[in-house]
Ligand binder design. Structure first.
Ligand SMILES: Cc1cc2nc3c(=O)[nH]c(=O)nc-3n(C[C@H](O)[C@H](O)[C@H](O)COP(=O)(O)OP(=O)(O)OC[C@H]3O[C@@H](n4cnc5c(N)ncnc54)[C@H](O)[C@@H]3O)c2cc1C
Ligand code: SF4
Length: 331
C-alpha cells in the first residue's frame, strides 16, 4: 500500500479546494471500498480527506414538496431503517438491506455507495493483467475472458464491467437527483446522468470531477415510489453482489399500468432503465402475464451478451416480471 496522509475536513469549501488542487487526494467516508482499492493498488491516493466531520451531511430530511433529502454521509443501515424510506420508497430499503453485511452497512455511506467501483476481478487484481479501467490503454481481459458477471448492455470494446451498487439501481427507478457541491455552491444532476457508460474512457465511472463533493441525494415523492420493490438475483443468498437485479415502481389504474419505472443492475456500466419496456407496459393489465412479458421483452431486443453471459438476457426478463408483480401488489 502506498504511504498516505489523512486530514480531517471540517468545512466543505476547504475540503473541496484541497480535493481540487491535489491530483492524488480522495474523500473518505466509511472507507469500506476505498481502503480495499488502495490496498489492491487500484486507487492511487496519497492524501485522504476524511469528510465525516463535515456539518449537515448525515441527516434525512423531508422536503417541502414531500420528497426526501438524504445526506451523503448517512449510513446505509440508518437509511434502510428510516420509517419514511420504508413507507414511501420500499425499493430503497430493500436494495440497502440486500447489500453487503450488517457491519458494512453500519459503516458505509450513501455517497460512498453510489461511488463504489466495479467488482470486475481484473480491476481489483494486483497482478497487472490488462484492464483499461485500472491502467488506461492496457486492454480489457474480460472482453474475451471469463465474462459471466459482465454487461449485456452499453459496453464497449474498452470495458464490459458492470456497476455494483444496488442503491443506485433503486435511485434510478425513483428518478432521484444527486446534489453536488463545488466551489460555486450546490447544484443537482439526475442520477441517470451521474454514472457513465465506458466508451473509450472506462477509467471514469461517473461525471464527478475533481473538487466536487456529493452533498446529498434527493428523491421525489410519488405513488410509484410507494408501490416499489427491489429484486436481487445472486449466486448465494447473502453477502453477495447481484448477478442481475431489478428496481420496479408502478402506478395502476383499475389493474392497468398507468406508469412504471424499471431499472436494472448487473447488466451495464450504469443502472440501466428499461425505457422501451416502460412505454410498452403503459395501459397493459398487470394480470396479463403474456402482455407484461412481451412488453418487457422490447427492452431486450438490443441486448448484446458476451461469450459467457447470454443467460442474463432471459434471467433479467424473468426478474423484471417478478419485481413488477410484487411492486403491483403494493398499490
Ligand atoms: C465485502 C463487501 C460486500 C459488499 N456488497 C455490496 C452489495 O451487495 N451491494 C452494494 O451495493 N454494495 C456492496 N458493497 C459495497 C459497499 O456498499 C460500499 O463499499 C460502500 O457503500 C461505500 O461507502 P463508504 O462510505 O465506505 O465509501 P468509501 O470507501 O469511503 O468511498 C468510496 C468512494 O466514494 C468516494 N466518496 C465517498 N463519499 C463521497 C462524497 N460525499 N462525495 C464524493 N465522493 C465521495 C470516495 O472518495 C471513494 O472514491 C460491498 C462491500 C464489501 C467490502
Ligand atoms: S471489464 Fe473493465 S474493469 Fe474489467 S478488465 Fe475490462 S476494462 Fe477492466
Amino acid at each position: 500500500m502506498q504511504p498516505f496522509t489523512i486530514t480531517t475536513a471540517v468545512d466543505p469549501d476547504s475540503a473541496i479546494a484541497m480535493h481540487a488542487n491535489h491530483p492524488f487526494a480522495a474523500f473518505i467516508a466509511g472507507g469500506t471500498d476505498l481502503i480495499g482499492l488502495m490496498k489492491d493498488r487500484a486507487a492511487s491516493v496519497t492524501r485522504l480527506l476524511d469528510i465525516n466531520s463535515l456539518p449537515r451531511m448525515t441527516g434525512i430530511e423531508t422536503l417541502a414538496d414531500g420528497g426526501l433529502r438524504i445526506g451523503a454521509l448517512a449510513r446505509m443501515s440508518d437509511v434502510a431503517a428510516d420509517i419514511r424510506v420504508r413507507l414511501n420508497y420500499p425499493v430503497i430499503a430493500e436494495a440497502l438491506l440486500l447489500s453487503a453485511s450488517g457491519q458494512l452497512r453500519n459503516m458505509a455511506s450513501i455517497g460512498g455507495n453510489i461511488m463504489q467501483r466495479t467488482r470486475c476481478a481484473w480491476f481489483r487484481d494486483e497482478d497487472g493483467l490488462p484492464c483499461n479501467k485500472r491502467q488506461p490503454g492496457s486492454g480489457c481481459s474480460a472482453l474475451h475472458g471469463l465474462n459471466r458477471n459482465h454487461a449485456i448492455f452499453g459496453w464497449s470494446d474498452s470495458c464490459v464491467a458492470v456497476n455494483p451498487s444496488d442503491l443506485a439501481v433503486a435511485l434510478s427507478a425513483l428518478d432521484a437527483t444527486v446534489r453536488l457541491r463545488g466551489h460555486r455552491g450546490e447544484y443537482a444532476i439526475p442520477i441517470a446522468n451521474f454514472h457513465r457508460l465506458p466508451g473509450d474512457t472506462p477509467e471514469q465511472d461517473t461525471v464527478l470531477g475533481r473538487g466536487k463533493l456529493i452533498a446529498a441525494i434527493e428523491i421525489p415523492i410519488s405513488s410509484e415510489g410507494r408501490a416499489s420493490h427491489y429484486l436481487k438475483v445472486r449466486d448465494r443468498q447473502s453477502y453477495e453482489f447481484a448477478v442481475v437485479s431489478v428496481a420496479a415502481a408502478v402506478a395502476l389504474d383499475r389493474g392497468r399500468i398507468r406508469s412504471v419505472r424499471l431499472a436494472m443492475g448487473g447488466v451495464a456500466h450504469k443502472p440501466w432503465r428499461l425505457t422501451a419496456a416502460e412505454r410498452a407496459l403503459e395501459d397493459v393489465s398487470l394480470a396479463d402475464d403474456d402482455g407484461v412479458k412481451a412488453a418487457i421483452a422490447t427492452s431486450f431486443v438490443d441486448a448484446r451478451p458476451l461469450t459467457h453471459n447470454a443467460f442474463k438476457v432471459g434471467l433479467a426478463q424473468q426478474a423484471a416480471f417478478r419485481a413488477l408483480r410484487t411492486a403491483g401488489e403494493r398499490t
